[in-house]
Design a protein around this ligand. Structure first.
Ligand code: CAA
Length: 430
């Protein structure tokens, strides 16, 4: 059975910060952020945008842009490391907002940035083993990445959600049914205790953990594969990675290349030219969305995938590798095959027009938003107003009343339309 991604869509906040402005405010050379880290902008969520609103808006886009009936969704999983409640999953808010059927298997997954990839694998296996009975899985990666103001991690913040429909009609991409490599190790590279709104990170150590995990997952895939040559870099037209910041993908590709070549390749060595060439052809081209959105934790690998699919054709894309990393840590290396003809969905998946329409924040506006996020997190609030935040989205967080989160825009046009169609069809039958 062919199983994979039938549909994909991104939704992010309506505001951003220019990293050159942030660098100036922090007394840092802007080149450090833009060239050293490879980041240009970072998306900033206002107090009315949270993990739930981004997940719902991305999910509505994926269902409507690809004309998928919400009634066909039999599994809904939200992968996140910045959920809104210690107990209640983001997924159940999404289930309500989309009007999904009551017997939909709904839950949340967490393993830092690996949570959504874990859910994609589970959905893939659920359908492949024949238990889905024609139903589809809706997997959403939704996160807000936050570090303390002035922290070295601050320029690697971001926010956004990627929603994907996994089914036996993989219009966009099919996963390799045979093998994927895994790696797990207890490390304290990045974590966020329950009491903290911002992450703790041992930045340089985390880079080493990421690269070790890449090696572990790739070696595992090669060991398990009946035909390990299927993983050879020369057969891959694109290699995409978890992208906490664009430069990390360059480091990842360098390590990937070394394992493939079977030798260490120093940046001073002659072969390093080959590493740079492979990086620019197979990875760098697909980092432009990540560079203007920032780290979206669970969704960042899939944002790079969107960039790849919107910018390629079936003629030049046959086989790709996907590396997912979650701090703490867990990782996977897998192979996927873009479906011939996927380019006909380019318009449906391209988020660039919306990203270009975002409003730029000054550094003081951004800092005020961060301050408000923290002050709102402690209890009941006044009702938040979309016009005060210059927001145009349908589904927004309104604040808390009696410790219950309230949202605007619960009625979903596409779900209502489908419900009426079904009702009319069943009345017609009778
Ligand atoms: N012009 C050009 N480049 C410059 C420069 C300048 N003026 N100044 C510095 N640079 C370069 C540096 O040489 C360096 O490049 P290399 O890594 O290629 O040597 C780069 O800019 C960054 O400089 P520093 O290492 O000095 O930066 P830093 O110590 O202030 O912070 C960081 C960098 C550790 C990545 C920090 O941003 C951080 O902690 N980020 C969050 C953690 C993270 O993203 N880790 C990634 C792996 S873990 C993961 O992937 C999970 C996840 O999503 C969090």
């Amino acid at each position: 059975m062919r199983v994979g991604i039938e549909a994909i869509a991104f939704h992010g906040p309506e505001h951003y910060v220019e990293l050159a402005d942030l660098a100036k405010a922090r007394g840092v050379d802007p080149d450090k952020y833009t060239k050293g880290l490879g980041q240009i902008r970072m998306a900033v969520a206002t107090p009315m945008e949270d993990t739930v609103t981004m997940a719902v808006n991305a999910a509505r886009k994926v269902l409507s842009n690809f004309d998928i009936d919400p009634h066909d969704i039999g599994t809904l999983v939200v992968g996140t490391e910045s959920g809104v409640d210690h107990s209640k999953p983001v997924a159940v808010y999404v289930h309500d907002a989309l009007g999904l059927r009551a017997n939909c298997h709904t839950y949340e997954t967490k393993h830092a940035c690996f949570g959504a990839m874990a859910a994609v694998f589970s959905a893939n296996d659920w359908i492949s083993c024949g238990r889905a009975d024609g139903a589809k899985a809706l997997i959403i990666a939704s996160d807000i990445a936050r570090y303390p103001i002035g922290d070295p991690g601050e320029p690697t913040q971001g926010a956004g959600a990627v929603a994907m429909v996994i089914s036996d009609r993989p219009h966009l991409l099919q996963f390799d049914p045979e093998v994927r490599g895994h790696y797990t190790k207890q490390v304290m590279d990045f974590w966020r205790p329950l009491y903290s709104p911002t992450a703790f990170v041992d930045g340089h150590y985390s880079i080493g953990c990421y690269l070790n995990a890449l090696e572990g997952a790739l070696v595992d895939a090669l060991d398990k594969a009946t035909f390990p040559e299927r993983y050879a870099m020369e057969r891959l037209q694109a290699c995409i990675y978890h992208v906490p910041f664009a430069k990390m993908a360059a480091k990842a590709h360098h390590r990937h290349f070394e394992i493939d070549a079977g030798e260490a390749i120093d940046t001073e060595s002659e072969r390093y030219v080959e590493v740079r060439k492979a990086f620019s052809e197979k990875t760098q081209r697909w980092l432009s969305l990540n560079a203007v959105v920032g780290n979206i934790y669970t969704g960042s690998l899939f944002l790079s995938l969107i960039d790849l699919l919107r910018g390629s054709t079936s003629d030049d894309l046959k086989q790709i590798s996907m590396f997912s990393y979650g701090s703490g840590c867990a990782a996977s290396m897998s192979i996927a095959y873009p479906t011939p003809g996927f380019e006909r969905f380019r318009q449906a998946i391209d988020p660039e027009p919306e990203l270009n329409a975002r409003r730029k924040l000054s550094i003081s506006e951004y800092e005020n938003i961060i301050w408000l996020h923290d002050s709102l997190a402690t209890g009941d609030t006044e009702e938040l107003r979309a016009d005060e935040w210059d927001l145009h989205g349908d589904f927004l967080y309104l604040g808390n009343h009696k410790h219950i989160r309230r949202y605007r825009g619960l009625e979903c046009g596409i779900c209502e339309a489908r419900r009426s169609e079904r009702l009319a069809a069943s009345e017609h039958q009778h």
